[in-house]
Design a protein around this ligand. Sequence first.
Ligand code: NAD
Length: 273
Amino acid sequence: MTSPQTASHVTTPRPLKGQLALVTGSTSGIGLGIARALAGAGANVILNGFGSPDDIAATIASLQELGVTVEHDASDLLSAQGAAAMVEGAIQRHGRIDVLVNNAGIQHVSPIETFPVDRWDAIQALNLGAAFHTIRAAMPAMKAARSGRIINVASAHGLVASPYKSAYVAAKHGVLGLTKTVALEAAREGITCNAICPGYVWTPLVEHQVADTAKARGLTEKQVIEDVLLAAQPSKRFATVEEVGALALFLASPLAASINGAAIPIDGGWTAQ
Ligand code: NAD
């Protein structure tokens, strides 16, 4: 039998109405796709990340059309203090933080013996450290509210490795460890913490990479996509930011209350192999 509580969740068209969502690294790509999905469900959004003032203003305006408030915080999350201060400022201004999405990330590809130490440090600081600092800062308010959703954007590389990506693979595996630990600590507090593990996702970054690689290697764009970039992805298609956004929205919604400490692949079968 369906409980009245469940029925209201199913029929609520904007399940996050009035909530506050902070999405790191959301001026482009996956983060923006997640911010758009959460805003479409009624959440007021704080964007974070870099970009030209004109591009950021246009992004804010397009999200405001969804009938929510939108702010942009330009904090550089390579700084632990910057990451914590961004969350603390959001809580001070809004009195709440309902959904925290740790998405900002960078990559560097190199054999380990020549891997630049400063790139290792930056990747640990942003891809893993920033998630620790934002969660640490958000947890008191979430515990006080006895409610909260933390979603960490890890990667298929949180579950399996590829050569030459030591810093990224180590950091993303670390994100899954952080996710599970926070999930256990918060399980009785109405808070969940989960990780999304995308394979290759079609973002502006990847789009440019396809064109450049095709030119550099004398291949067609189709060959680059299927034989180079998607060599490990059995579907031979990119996931889309809309698909990742929809998964994040479900994890943020009331009906995902029992999903906790999970690492959910969205990778066309990559990590099933
Ligand atoms: P992207 O480069 O399009 O976006 C990265 C975002 O992070 C941008 O908004 C950028 O301004 C922001 N950012 C970068 N450095 C920052 C800093 N120091 N402080 C604050 N913000 C900063 O990348 P994307 O492809 O959308 O990737 C987003 C996340 O998804 C990353 O964590 C990445 O590892 C993960 N991911 C991406 C893919 C993919 O195929 N695109 C696959 C798996 C996982």
